[in-house]
Design a protein around this ligand. Structure first.
Ligand SMILES: Nc1ncnc2c1ncn2[C@@H]1O[C@H](COP(=O)(O)OP(=O)(O)OP(=O)(O)O)[C@@H](O)[C@H]1O
Length: 918
């Protein structure tokens, strides 16, 4: 093993390659692009076959890998490979301590490796599901972990690219186990560092190629050399032209065989331990970084290929200088991730907490930027990211393994580790977006159609109104014109008659005067003749007058007919207007009908989307939970989609929630169509499963509507789903009071009495169990029959129902024991009064731990109140308490039972009487 530290050897001397030779780096990038292209790598095992070629190539000679690469080079012309961070999650098995302490608790995660999914339990009701590139269970071997996480990266490095493998997770979850195990006693336990070097050494030729390593520790933004501990303030140098990163101050050790590498790793570990002891810290607070430089000469192997036309490889080969290909593998064992959240709370100095936080959060930002193909990647924010700059993005491969533990105690840490891994999982989210695309476009199309219909309707309405107005104006206009004409005509006739009359009078006067003159002038004609002449004239005049009057009357009649015709035409217009009004009303009715149909269509759409998700979800199950209720499935669907919100993507149901609106969804709870009601209650239940929606649902009256549904609906599905939603809402104390004040207990009791489906009973029991845990509601809950309703549900033999009943009883007993210790309750337990003791004693040793634990706790709480002791003895509970105090595997319950027995005088006396030695 040769060690070089400081500024000594250059690339030419003694086979040791130094970072200080900046010139070779500038050549590196162009040689990568000129000499070959790269196939996309994946974390899946399909890459194994090609990696086997690498290992074999040692015996076949150095050219075998090159030949493999050459065969793809001529076909592929990708300038670079995609730079997405590949993320695998690995679960550590329970350790001895967890096996004892968490014996009766389920792991906080459930892995589905075949689906590459992980479920993180949220509460009694649901879990969030996350997808990863690879999901490695507690049974995954070190070999498999190496093959899926590291081998593609190692192959890439051998091809002349930079690659990074990082482990991220809470302290003690197996980062060092995964990366740094030496496996000297048990070769199967070898970690990624050791296995990577084995593959590298198998693929290179020691005559023409070189492999050298540096091993460093980054602690509080200062870089220490783990191969030369005195060297503890190494600076990072970045070539502004090529972007290459080098550490001129770090030791660089050439590796010629596996044994010397393992020794070097051991030496690094010793120095790391010593350095951390000196700094009074521990390994989990620093980042350990192994850098492996692979420098390969491709003279005589790829030279032929590197000719432009490939026709005269030998002549070109002789003209070309030897080509060197360089790759860099960086393996980073990151500091424990929990330091981000808990810094300060465990005695860390503020500065230390800040610096770890700084490096890890800067790393997170870079991963985000790279995954999003962002123009700016904030490498300069920390030493860690500056160091990893040329190992990230572009042609480099980055593989992240996130490590988690199974314990429910560390659920918070585990969740934050998973979210870190998820932030690098952009591609998965895009797939989801695509799934949603069909629905979205359909909803958009419906919106557009609705808009069009509304616009058309408005346009027609406007046209009708205009037409009506026009016709009314015209009719009015004609009427007034006719009236005007009539008046004019009358006036004319009147003045004509007046004139004629005056003319006649005048004529008669003239005639009279003339006659008088005639009489005076001559007395020839007799008076009778004159009179008869006058009479004849008068008759003539009268006839003329009569004729004139008749003509005038005809004229008036004619005008009257015209007026009545006009009036009739106005009446017919009015009936036309009425018709138009009727048509309009019909249009409005049609529009309302259309809107109702659209609402039903939207809800069916939602159901289709939910059902398709549900079907997919069913496939994802491991076959054991085939008959889990649809509520669980829908709820988990919503939860599953909520994971995307961390990445800025909106889940499909939340999207629908936004588009359709909560009020609209709640209004559908009262729809006439039973199917619509069922879909709507499922949607509300899914939304209620998410804490963030609960406030909005209650505010909008959703709780009241759900309770009303329990009362008004006869449908068992609606009962089951509504009760599930109420159970979710009942996890919050304010909602618990609201449920009680709105008669929730009687409604839940009614539902419990009529239900037959175990899943409905489980939901109802779960809701009442949540209410049982509220100190303020004890007597009201009991007074309204809550305890009796719980006990009534044990008629169904399903263990899930019994587990919820037991939980409710334990919650109730706990509140009572609190009240008795505060002195606010002195009488014996309501549970005993309502006859629960027999069932409690009967199930105290139930084989299902989820029932047994709750009952054991309930017994301990009941026994703490002396007023209950006599009933408990009579009911056989003392024997169970003695058993719990001796055999219970949960240490805390065992101690509680023991303490209770010792402190109760009634129990003590009975035990003495029964000669129970205690
Ligand atoms: N997959 C596994 N199988 C068996 N044991 C494991 C596994 N992963 C981790 N362990 C064990 O768990 C313990 C903690 O692991 P390890 O030291 O690797 O955690 P870590 O995350 O590196 O912690 P730190 O951040 O403190 O360095 C060790 O005893 C290790 O042997």
């Amino acid at each position: 093993m040769a060690t070089s530290s400081g500024g000594g050897s250059g690339s030419g001397g003694g086979g040791t390659y130094s970072y200080r030779n900046g010139a070779t780096h500038s050549h590196k990038s162009s040689s990568k692009l000129d000499t070959h292209t790269h196939k996309p790598l994946s974390l899946n095992s399909s890459s194994n076959s090609s990696s086997k070629n690498h290992v074999k190539s040692k015996s076949l000679g150095p050219s075998s890998t090159t030949q493999r690469r050459n065969s793809t080079t001529s076909k592929d012309h990708h300038p670079s490979v995609p730079g997405r961070v590949r993320v695998a999650v690995r679960l550590r098995p329970r350790n001895a301590e967890e096996s004892v302490a968490d014996a009766d608790f389920a792991d906080c995660v459930e892995l589905q490796p075949e689906l590459k999914r992980l479920k993180l339990r949220k509460n009694n009701w649901d879990a969030d599901t996350y997808a990863f590139d690879e999901v490695l269970t507690e049974f995954a071997s070190q070999k498999r972990v190496y093959e899926v996480v590291a081998r593609p990266v190692v192959e890439s490095v051998l091809d002349g690219y930079n690659g990074t493998i990082m482990a991220y997770g809470q302290t003690g979850t197996g980062k060092t186990y995964t990366l740094g195990r030496l496996g000297e006693e048990d070769t199967a336990a070898r970690g990624i560092m050791v296995r990577s070097m084995e593959d590298i050494l198998a693929d290179v030729s020691l005559e023409t190629d070189s492999v050298s390593v540096s091993y460093l520790q980054l602690y509080m933004e200062s870089i220490q050399d783990l191969l030369d501990p005195a060297n503890d303030n190494i600076t990072i140098v970045e070539d502004p032209r090529t972007g290459d990163v080098s550490l001129p101050g770090a030791s660089l050790v050439e590796i010629r065989d596996q044994q010397s590498f393992v020794e070097l790793l051991r030496l690094g570990e010793v120095h790391r331990f010593a350095a951390n002891t000196k700094l009074n810290t521990e390994s989990s607070r620093s980042h350990a970084i192994l850098m492996v430089h692979v420098r390969r000469s491709i003279k005589g192997r790829d030279a032929g290929h590197s000719s432009e036309n490939g026709n005269h490889p030998h002549s070109v080969k002789s003209l070309k200088p030897p080509v060197v290909r360089k790759g860099k593998l960086v393996v980073v064992d990151l500091a424990g991730s929990e330091r981000i959240d808990k810094s300060g709370s465990e005695g860390h100095t503020l500065e230390e907490a800040k610096s770890i936080n700084l490096s890890l959060s800067a790393l997170g930002k870079c991963i985000n930027a790279l995954a999003e193909n962002s123009a700016h990647v904030p490498f300069r924010d920390s030493k860690l990211t500056r160091l990893l700059r040329d190992s990230f993005g572009g042609t480099a491969r980055t593989s992240l393994v996130i490590t988690i533990g199974p314990s429910p105690k560390h659920r918070g840490e585990t969740a934050s580790t998973i979210m870190f891994g998820q932030r690098a999982m952009k591609v998965e989210n895009m797939v989801k977006l695509k799934e949603e695309f069909d629905y979205k476009s359909l909803a958009r199309r419906l919106d557009v159609e609705l808009d069009k219909l509304i616009m058309e309707h408005e346009r027609q309405q406007k046209a009708f109104e205009d037409e009506i107005e026009r016709m009314a104006t015209e009719a009015q206009h004609r009427l007034s014109e006719a009236e005007r004409n009539y008046i004019d005509l009358l006036e004319k006739e009147k003045s004509k008659y007046e004139k004629d009359y005056m003319d006649s009078i005048r004529k008669l006067e003239d005639q009279l005067a003339m006659n008088q003159r005639k009489n005076e002038d001559s007395h020839i004609k007799s008076r009778a003749e004159v009179y008869s002449e006058e009479l004849a004239d008068l008759k003539k005049m009268l006839q003329k007058e009569t004729l004139l009057r008749k003509a005038a009357e005809r004229e008036v009649n004619h005008l009257k007919i015209q007026v009545s015709e006009l009036k009739m035409s106005e009446a017919s217009r009015k009936s036309e207007i009425l018709k138009v009004h009727k048509m309009l009303e019909e249009e409005v009715h049609q529009k309302e009908k259309l809107e109702r149909e659209i609402a039903i269509l939207q809800s069916q759409l939602l159901q289709l989307s939910l059902e398709s998700d549900q079907t997919r979800h069913q496939f994802e199950r491991d076959g054991l939970e085939k008959d889990v209720s649809s509520v669980d499935s829908l709820t988990s669907q919503v939860k599953h989609q909520q994971q995307a919100s961390g990445n800025g993507e909106k889940p499909s149901i939340a999207k629908l929630f936004e588009q359709v609106g909560l009020q609209k969804i709640l209004s559908l709870l009262e729809a006439e169509d039973a199917d619509v009601r069922i879909h709507a209650v499922k949607v509300v239940a899914n939304l209620a499963a998410e804490e963030a929606n609960q406030g909005k649902i209650v505010e909008a009256g959703g709780l009241t509507s759900l309770l009303r549904l329990l009362q008004s609906s006869q449908d068992e599905t609606i009962h089951r789903v509504a009760a599930g939603a109420i159970a979710n809402l009942a996890m919050n104390e304010t909602n618990q009071e609201l449920i009680m004040s709105q008669g929730g207990i009687s409604l839940l009791s009614m539902t419990a009495a009529s239900a037959e489906d175990p899943q409905t009973l489980r939901m109802v029991a779960g809701a009442i169990a949540n209410l049982c845990g509220n100190d303020k509601l004890q007597s009201k809950l009991r007074g309204e029959g809550g305890i009796k309703a719980l006990l009534g549900m044990v008629r169904c033999r399903h263990p899930d129902v019994h587990a919820q009943v037991a939980r409710g009883i334990a919650n109730f007993a706990k509140c009572e024991s609190r009240a008795s210790s505060l002195g606010t309750k002195s009488a014996r337990s309501f549970l005993i009064e309502d006859g629960a003791l027999a069932w409690i004693v009967q199930n105290a040793n139930n084989e299902a731990s989820s029932i047994r634990r709750h009952i054991e706790l309930a017994l301990c709480h009941l026994a703490q109140h002396e007023a209950n002791a006599r009933d408990m003895i009579n009911g056989g509970a003392l024997w169970e308490l003695v058993r719990i105090s001796r055999d219970c595997s949960r240490e805390d319950i065992k101690t509680l039972a023991h303490r209770t027995l010792v402190s109760s005088p009634t129990f003590q006396a009975e035990m003495r009487r029964m000669r129970i030695s205690y």
